[in-house]
Design a protein around this ligand. Structure first.
Ligand SMILES: [Zn+2]
Length: 280
């Protein structure tokens, strides 16, 4: 019997310039002229995982799959799961049902054209399936997605009332499993821990302790990283304050800290776990 992975490492495959809500220099029509670093940085993630013999879930942007099909093929041939991160890194609540459905279909087609199996999992840019976009879950279920990982139990971007552990949700299009990112409580507030600045600023031992505590309660933990967070020499742009913090705070040494966290627990792709969970 194979040991069932208890935790999920997820990687949102996008460029350093895929930042929600930033226009001007980083606007959509400028993307083709900006330096592409996604192959180099995603390969760093693939190397790190290969050294630890860990399989992960890569949520790939359709725009990336279309321009870098060989990268998608490398992810697949290394045994990882490929999920959908949508086409152009637009927040889901800025779309409507029809345009979200088209975005999903276009992304699935690009992933399949690059050699990935049809994705069964979706991750929205910036955790943007929230109270403003609950309709999106029905669209995902109707289009054959079996799980979603786009709702965070945090204020402002999500809602602290959302469950903080994987759970089944009934939607107009059928049932779907929701996989929230790891959060924890600090000073009476729920705070991010599974990715972004919350993960980058934490000591590996602190994260490992939190993962062990969740696993002891039978709860799998979901971490999320971006290839650009592993870039030893990331291009920097002048961003407004909260974005500057969430993108650049404590990037130095992150690859080593992530490696230490990965050595402390069992990790595997979400898809296999979600299909087994569906049957329970
Ligand atoms: Zn993203």
């Amino acid at each position: 019997m194979t040991r069932c992975a208890r935790n999920f490492l997820t990687i949102d495959v996008e460029e350093w310039f895929h930042i929600c809500g930033v226009d001007g220099r980083l606007a959509f029509d400028r993307w083709p002229s900006l330096e592409s670093r996604v192959e180099y940085t995603t390969d760093l993630a693939l190397d790190l995982l290969a050294r630890r013999a860990i399989r992960a879930t890569f949520f790939v942007l359709g725009w990336i799959a279309d321009r870098h099909p060989a990268l998608v093929a490398r992810i697949v041939s290394a045994g990882h799961e490929v999920g959908s991160h949508g086409w152009a890194h637009r927040r889901v609540y800025e779309l409507d049902e029809a345009s979200f459905g088209e975005d999903l279909a276009r992304t699935t087609a690009a992933l399949e054209a690059a050699g990935a199996p049809r994705p069964i999992g979706y991750r929205a840019p910036e955790w943007s399936i929230n109270d403003r976009a609950m309709w999106a879950l029905g669209v995902l279920a109707r289009r054959g997605f079996r799980y979603d990982s786009s709702m965070t139990p945090l204020r402002l971007i999500g809602n602290p009332r959302y469950p903080r552990v994987p759970h089944r949700r009934e939607t107009a299009g059928g049932s779907l499993i929701e996989i929230p990112p790891l959060t924890t409580r600090r000073l009476g507030q729920r705070v991010p821990l599974g990715g972004g600045w919350g993960l980058r600023m934490s000591r590996p031992a602190t994260v490992a302790r939190e993962i062990a505590a969740c696993n002891q309660r039978g709860e799998p933990v979901t971490l999320f990283v971006h290839p650009w967070e592993l870039d030893p020499n990331p291009p920097q742009v002048d961003l407004p304050w909260p974005l500057r913090f969430s993108h650049y705070f404590r990037l130095e040494g992150f690859a080593e800290r992530l490696d230490a966290i990965l050595s402390s627990a069992d990790f595997g792709p979400i898809g296999e776990w979600a299909l087994a969970f569906e049957g329970t």
